[in-house]
Design a protein around this ligand. Structure first.
Ligand code: SF4
Length: 463
């Protein structure tokens, strides 16, 4: 390749430096707001190797459209990210056991054990902050070892991160059989490569009480596996506290999700997706709760005044698939077309409460929340789990169009093409089926995707 190999954990060290600076600056959210407003005039429209990291990070903090009150809230999420990165970099010292936890497996149990948690797929999401080419390089490392192009790039980034020494050495791996075969097989590969013991929670296909009980039994087995292999004990009082935070956070984020039904929508996808990303790294923290409280209050204040997150909202987009991960498109959609994503597949929170009255109820309801997180909820069972939720959204969110990412790894999504098209046709809603890889721009570049969306809006009289 003629390129320098990445130094050990270089991606995380780089990101930690940048994150520290961002957290410092966000002590002054008004200043950051003004700076980002100005930056948008000089931010290049096209990605190059030298501007890729800057452009990506700029889009992820909202591209100059997020106001100071929401920026202030976002700082709480970044504080938890920093702790996550500190832990995984400190893990090298070997003080605590290191547990790798798959990104669809909610990790509150790990939060009450003295372990370092690392989410292997976080490389696919966060690696782009060091430039899209960095993540591609990591994905290519996995492909050189035999992972096929068609495999989910989140899984390839997870494996590539290990191969390129961008992940702390694991003592244990935990995963699940949801939401897809890519995840299952990527953990078999990681087990083979790392030689660390793997526990995979077996996910039921259905949603009935028996299925929930089955999953709850699996969670108890998972606790046994973690305790046996680390010599640590789950602190049930701490777990109740984490679950209490999860209840409060989810209730607020659910309210936020629902507020997006208003026209104009007072909500913004930058915050909602940040909430989802936070739940991957640090579900149930005090910081996560503060973030949810603040963005909810801010959106309520806008709603009370009849104000939208952006002033001129012309197109209401339903984005019913995973977002484009290598470049966050929402600021461009907002600015270029007055388009706002009012319902999205990943950020949308739609789950039940955890009953904290006993260990049994807590584990049973934790099982429910696990089965209800994004991707697991819609993709682990029959196609109706996906299409029925889509139908409800089409009824409730007054969308003008639907966009489906068609991430090349999501074979379930590809297979449902006809069903999705028919649901949208029945609702008389134009739908765009992109053809992308959410985390890998080699499949379709940012410019190609933007061209397709532009053409779609124009052809349907939306722009
Ligand atoms: S459901 Fe799709 S995006 Fe999620 S892990 Fe599987 S292939 Fe990747």
């Amino acid at each position: 390749m003629g390129e320098k190999p990445l130094k050990k954990l270089q991606v995380w060290k780089y990101q930690r430096r940048r994150l520290r600076l961002l957290i410092f600056l966000l002590r002054f959210p008004r200043l950051v707001y003004v700076l980002t407003r100005l930056l948008r005039f000089v931010m290049p429209g096209r990605e190059t190797r030298s501007n890729s990291a800057r452009r990506h990070s700029f889009s992820m903090i909202g591209g100059g459209l997020v106001r100071p009150a929401d920026l202030k809230a976002m700082r709480y999420v970044y504080l938890d990210y920093l702790e996550y990165m500190d832990d995984l970099l400190y893990a090298e010292k070997g003080t605590w056991p290191v547990v790798w936890s798959e990104f669809n497996l909610s990790n509150e149990i790990l939060r009450v054990l003295d372990v370092v948690m690392y989410v292997p797929e976080s490389m696919a999401i966060m690696g782009h902050n060091m430039g899209t080419h960095t993540t591609v390089k990591i994905i290519e490392a996995a492909e050189r070892e035999g992972l096929p192009t068609e495999f989910c790039s989140a899984g390839k980034a997870a494996i590539g991160a290990y191969l390129t020494h961008q992940a702390p050495k694991p003592d244990l791996l935990i995963s699940s059989s949801h939401p897809c075969d890519s995840v299952v097989s990527s953990y078999q590969t990681l087990e083979y490569l790392t030689k660390a013991p793997l526990f995979s929670v077996d996910t039921p296909y259905w949603d009935d009480d028996g299925s929930v009980d089955y999953y709850a039994d699996n969670l108890l087995e998972l606790i046994g596996f973690l305790e046996d292999n680390t010599g640590l004990k789950v602190n049930w009082e701490d777990l109740a506290q984490v679950c209490d935070n999860i209840n409060k956070t989810n209730a607020l984020l659910q309210e936020y999700t629902e507020m997006a039904r208003a026209v104009p929508s007072p909500c913004n996808l930058t915050c909602l997706l940040l909430g989802w990303q936070h739940s991957i790294a640090a579900h149930g923290t005090e910081n996560g709760l503060k973030f949810a409280q603040m963005i909810c209050e801010n959106a309520k204040a806008r709603l009370a005044k009849g104000k939208g997150f952006i002033k001129k909202q012309k197109i209401r987009v339903i984005w019913w698939d995973i977002p484009i991960g290598f470049h966050f498109l929402e600021p461009w959609l907002n600015r270029r077309f007055g388009a706002v994503t009012v319902a999205d597949f990943m950020g949308r929170v739609n789950t039940s409460m955890i009953d904290l009255s006993s260990r049994e109820t807590m584990i049973r309801d934790l099982a429910r929340t696990h089965l209800n997180i994004a991707m697991a909820r819609q993709l682990r069972g029959p196609a109706e789990f996906f299409t029925e939720e889509l139908k409800r959204i089409l009824e409730e969110y007054s969308g003008d169009c639907m966009i489906f990412t068609r991430h090349q790894g999501c074979k379930g999504g590809w297979a449902m093409g006809k069903l999705i098209r028919d649901v949208c046709q029945k609702a008389d809603l134009p739908v765009l089926f992109l053809s992308t890889d959410s985390f890998d721009p080699r499949f379709a570049s940012e410019q190609e995707i933007k061209r397709e969306i532009t053409g779609f809006f124009q052809n349907n009289g939306l722009a």
